[in-house]
Design a protein around this ligand. Structure first.
Ligand code: ZN
Length: 296
């Protein structure tokens, strides 16, 4: 979908700091087959990314200035080019290559309403996020970062050459080098890894690793259990900023501040996470790591 727009900048988002509610000025509202598309200058709502759609969108409500309340059924990432006055949503946004043009990300709230929501453009509204779903997605997302770090640590013995790209804990970053796809649902994160030829050339003993998946899994679970006992703070910085801004997940593990670039939402403390159980299974191209994580 393509629309004319007079919006000047991308959306300022407050979900990185954990916000569940906030005011925003309605900048755009238009009907489409999915319902109304509503964009504000500022929102706490985490939208699904079209570039790396691992974490699904927050749900919630918008309360307009006259008291009318609408349900947020989904939230997408759209792109605006303020100079050209163009807004792209869906397939048209996906078709834009990263770094191309002057595109800026916006949060597109999808809502169902019989009213003409265009009447609210220019007015303030209150955005609220459904907290249980946010938490149910944040818990496995934080756990998945721990699982990735533990995977890197447990796979150290399978590197036969020095690998230059290390994670914050100083281990070869197998997660980053091999991740092909990841998806988060309430209480579970699934990470799909590809162990291809180039990784083997760089010195990763694919067969040795795959023959020892069970031992590696035991080690990963032990390491995560130990980290979860520490009640460490988790943060995403900056806590608010433009949707396109680079954000970093930070958590002190084993005395080191671990930093991972991340666009999702997270728990405030590791003690917010209850039991975590990861399982590793071989796949045609490599392996799949499933991280089950419940709230404490
Ligand atoms: Zn993340």
């Amino acid at each position: 979908m393509k629309f004319d727009t007079s919006m000047k900048t991308g959306t300022l988002v407050t979900f990185p700091g954990g916000a569940l509610a906030g005011q925003g000025r309605i900048e755009f509202a238009a009907p489409c087959v999915n319902g109304w598309l509503v964009i504000a200058d500022r929102t706490p709502v985490h939208p699904v990314s079209f570039r790396w759609p691992d974490q699904p969108a927050d749900l919630g409500q918008i309360t307009f200035a006259d008291g009318v309340v609408v349900e947020i059924a989904d939230a997408w990432t759209g792109l605006i080019d303020a100079g050209a006055g163009v807004l792209l949503i869906g397939e048209e946004a996906k078709a834009v290559r990263k770094g191309e043009g002057e595109w800026q990300g916006v949060v597109v709230h999808i809502v169902q309403s019989d009213r003409d929501l265009g009447a609210y453009i220019g007015e303030e509204a209150r955005f609220t996020v459904e907290p249980r779903r946010r938490k149910a997605l944040s818990v496995p997302h934080t756990a998945a970062h721990l699982a990735a770090l533990a995977l890197n640590a447990a796979s150290v013995p399978f590197w036969t050459k020095d690998f230059a790209d290390l994670d914050s804990l100083g281990r070869p970053n197998l997660d980053k080098a091999a991740i092909e796809n990841s998806s988060i649902e309430p209480a579970v994160s699934t990470d799909v890894y590809r162990l291809g030829k180039s990784l083997r050339k760089k010195g990763f003993d694919r067969d040795g690793f795959l023959n020892n998946l069970e031992t590696v899994g035991v080690e990963i679970n032990g390491m995560i259990r130990r980290w979860l006992e520490t009640n460490t703070l988790v943060s995403l910085t900056p806590s608010e900023g433009l949707l396109d801004g680079i954000r970093q997940w930070r958590c002190n593990l084993d005395g080191t501040e671990v930093i991972i670039p991340c666009g999702g939402t997270h728990v405030e403390r590791l003690s917010d996470i209850g039991d975590v159980k990861i399982t590793l299974a071989p796949s045609e191209e490599g392996f799949v790591m499933t991280t089950q994580a419940r709230e404490a």
